[in-house]
Design a protein around this ligand. Structure first.
Ligand code: 8X3
Length: 250
């Protein structure tokens, strides 16, 4: 039995892969950047299989999964981690191509992989799907527009999956992390502006990728009769904003 982690070349995905291999599991790390996966493979050894896959391309997903040998092809845990945020402009100022990329990756990509893996889990009546959502899927913030909405999709899709899987032993969890540093998340969001990216975490005690990786490991090792539907995690530096009130509009 294997574990499939998407977006495994960096950030949460690399950390999740590392933690699961160190815990004794066999992990397939999928991503576009094969060189990065190969570096991880050097570190993790034979229990880690690099798999080149672009989740935004259905053909690439289908081809990559079809290429798995019998030894690796039975997926007991799917971690749908691949995803990104692009830009923090308001909706009226946002670049539409950024919206398309987020929808293509965070929504369509996640569904391509899930739809491929679900039948084998149902046939075995066993398996676990962990989706990486975000606090942005529940808590709106300025500039979160399509990113937050895509993560709301991930949360609701996770709950709806469990509903469709009623009567099976297949488990589904949405993990919603808040502010998390030491990944490429903000560097990508701000298109390589590392100063702007670093400012997001300045003087905060942000979450670290290992916190999310340990959560994945904990979830996977919970008793098989237990399903955590949704788990939301923030650093103590972060809490809820007050509601915004505009003055002088009347
Ligand atoms: C990451 C959390 O607050 O940057 O999904 O949107 S946040």
């Amino acid at each position: 039995m294997s574990i499939l982690v998407t977006g495994a070349s960096a950030g949460f995905g690399a950390s999740i892969s590392r933690t699961l291999v160190q815990a004794g599991y066999q992990v397939i790390g999928a991503a576009r950047r094969l060189t990065k996966l190969e570096q991880l493979s050097q570190e993790l050894g034979e229990s880690f299989l690099p798999l080149q896959m672009d989740v935004t391309d259905k053909q690439s997903v289908d081809k990559a999964l079809a290429s798995l040998s019998r030894e690796w092809a039975q997926i007991d845990l799917l971690v749908n981690n691949a995803g990104l945020a692009l830009g923090m402009e308001t909706a009226q100022e946002a670049n539409f191509a950024d919206w398309e990329t987020m929808i293509q990756t965070n929504i369509l990509g996640l569904t391509y992989v899930t739809h491929q893996i679900l039948p084998q889990m149902v046939a075995r009546n066993a398996g676990y799907i962990i989706n990486l959502g975000s606090t942005a899927g529940s808590w709106p913030y300025k500039g979160g527009n399509v990113y937050g909405a895509s993560k709301a999709f991930v949360r609701q899709f996770s709950l709806n999956l469990r509903t469709d899987l009623a009567g099976t032993r297949i488990r589904v969890t949405n993990i919603a992390p808040g502010l998390c540093g030491e990944t490429e998340f903000s560097n990508i969001r701000f298109r390589g502006d590392d100063t702007q990216a670093a400012a997001v975490y300045d003087k905060t005690c942000y979450l670290k990728p290992e916190d999310i990786a340990n959560t994945v490991l904990w979830l996977y090792q919970t008793p098989a009769h237990m399903n955590v539907n949704h788990i939301e995690i923030m650093p103590v530096s972060q809490t809820f904003a007050g509601l915004s009130v505009a003055r002088d509009l009347a």
